[in-house]
Design a protein around this ligand. Structure first.
Ligand code: DC
Length: 213
């Protein structure tokens, strides 16, 4: 079984994908981490994330970079969003994601284009959304816990900028697949969001098995 979980930054899709992976006993790939590694590698190379050539060169980042905690920070998130608009970068990362998705055991992948480009045949597709306010608040609490000094307003502005870039890029923009279930986590806590996503996937899989739509 392949489960695709797409959605914008801080929508809760990562938490949901991890929980689905544990619940259905499927390996999980956070595809945003690959774009983050490319963004970080461009920075380490002293390159320009807006330059397609520099970004492509950074796609051969060493695997060890994926374990670097700095990939999770906001600066790297911004760089990832910038390198991800280049079609050559998306192409370079495609095979890795595609082979993860099609492994015999099945898989859960989360990102922006899993249900539309990487695994359009996925058995269950969730499109996880939340209001900018709810997402900014979650990020704010997370960052405060890590001791990062930032205002709610700065986070909200950054989220809007990133959404705009992810939604409007020419290749593989952030958009719900036609057959995805949209899950709005704005008013849900962590456990409620997980319970709703497990229920949604079970419903989709049962429908598929029953041949319904
Ligand atoms: O999910 P995230 O915040 O870790 O993703 C970081 C950036 O990577 C995001 O702004 C857009 C890009 N991305 C993408 O273009 N396609 C994916 N499948 C995953 C992430």
């Amino acid at each position: 079984m392949i489960i695709a979980v797409d959605g914008p930054t801080a929508s809760g899709k990562g938490t949901i994908a991890k929980a689905l992976s544990a619940h259905f006993d499927l390996p999980h790939l956070d595809t945003g981490l690959l774009y983050r590694a490319v963004g970080r590698q461009v920075f380490l190379d002293g390159g320009d994330p807006d330059d397609a050539g520099d970004a492509l060169a950074a796609c051969s980042f060493p695997d060890a970079l994926l374990d670097d905690p700095r990939l999770r920070n906001e600066e790297t998130g911004g760089l990832a969003s910038r390198v991800s608009i280049h079609p050559n970068v998306r192409k370079a990362l495609f095979e890795r994601q595609r082979s993860f998705a099609t492994q015999a055991k099945g898989a859960v992948l989360d990102g922006r284009d899993i249900g539309t480009v990487i695994a359009p045949e996925a058995d269950a597709k969730l499109f996880v959304i939340a209001s900018v306010e709810a997402r900014a608040q979650r990020r704010f609490l997370e960052m405060r816990e890590r001791g990062v000094k930032v205002t709610l307003l700065e986070i909200a502005d950054d989220l809007r900028r990133r959404d705009e870039r992810d939604r409007n890029r020419a290749v593989a923009p952030l958009v719900a697949a036609d057959d995805a279930i949209t899950l709005d986590t704005s008013g849900l806590d962590r456990d409620e969001a997980i319970a709703a996503s497990v229920a949604a996937v079970e419903r989709l899989v049962a429908q598929k098995r029953g041949g319904g739509s």
